[in-house]
Design a binder for this molecule. Sequence first.
Ligand code: BG6
Length: 487
Amino acid sequence: IAVDPFDLVVFGATGDLAYRKLIPALFHRHRDGQIPDVSRIIGCSRRPMTDEAYRKATEDALKKFVPADEREPELVASFLERIFYVAVDATAEKSGWPDLVKVLKEGKDRVRAFYLAVSPDLFGVICEGIGAHGLITPQTRVIIEKPIGKSLESAMALSDTVGKVFKESQIYRIDHYLGKETVQNLMALRFANALFEPLWNAAHIDHVQITVAESVGVESRAGYYDTAGALRDMVQNHILQLLCLVAMEPPSQFEADAMRDEKLKVLRSLKPIVDGMAEQVTVRGQYRAGASAGGPVPGYLEELGRNDSHTETFVSIKAEIENWRWAGVPFYIRTGKRLPSRISEIVVSFKSIPHSIFGASAGSLASNQLVMRLQPDEGVRLWLMIKDPGPGGMRLRHVPLDMSFAQTFKTRSPEAYERLIMDVIRGNATLFMRRDEVEAAWRWIDPILDAWSTSREAPKSYTAGTWGPSAAIALIERDGRTWHEEM
Ligand code: BG6
């Protein structure tokens, strides 16, 4: 279904996020006929460039990031007709704002969205420019990306800055994990089926694991990454959001504030990691040289070009939620760069049966697990014990009831940004974070960062291409459990 006509202004239009994610996402929405003809995508950045030159750059990005069989020439041509460019240097006196004002005059009544695909240092000055030049109409929204701050304090300052110009209801804080198909499916699984919710609590669930593993290193982003680290880059946002969706109470509706209220309660119930606990329940690591599928790879410090960084490229945490539903159920989290493969999954492990009637000859009984695979092969698996076929007596086996999205639906699975950008145009904030959520997440993260920064211990080293430091394995095995491995 087509959305309302819009003008989407992308600041940072010549940056990596725009070329790699936003342009391909918008192209796919165009390809599916969702973008009305009069809509425009207006690229803005400092560099002077004509519309033509930016169209050429857009075409190059499509060639690079959209598979050839999805790039029908007539659709590429009609997409490029929607692309415009205005040079705006928000920090300079001769800024280019009047040019943007002129271009936007034409679309006064359309939905207007400003996507700030730039460093957060520029959010303030760009928002001020937008406000000062009278560019905010009743239908205007602003989209911001993480990192939203480096700590609670800086996140609050950033929200104050953006909040001077935009109302909270106009601010869309993107966490692209919320746009992933399986993540939304988690909502469907939990709240559109009668099967799981009665068991979804401490009486029946033993523990939950959330793994977001990447095989890549820090690539060209070492400069940013070294100021962030895995805890800020992945846990504060993506992983805590996943944890919230697993743990929250059923909201009364699938609607922005109902969802965010429930997520906020989970974040506020996270047991603070304070008073020396960080040493016991967190593990941070940094990769050294090793190997990936493509051959030998350098260590983090070599990629960074410095040898004094304590930035973590891996983190594992045993988190706990202090409420009635989850008391005593650990949530084990792990994420890292240069792990053996790109795998993201949520594993809900149910408790063992109270008593086996089958005796030792049936083999050992494993407990039920619900595995939601976010990537690479999206799907859901429910691991059950069943009888091995054959006449040889009662031997039992752990087997998955398997639902692969690719096989079941045989359609292309949309990228997170496709869904999220269209949601902004529709004015649907359900999959975006509210200010109080971001702050509650920082409130839990800050003490861990503090503990690490005062600790004399450096992050534990792990070989690139392995599952992180052995301490991360010990973290879960100490509790008599193991990381789920089913590659
Ligand atoms: C980003 C992080 O938010 O998410 C990156 O900054 C990370 O470091 C990326 O690589 C992972 O996203 P995805 O969608 O590839 O799992």
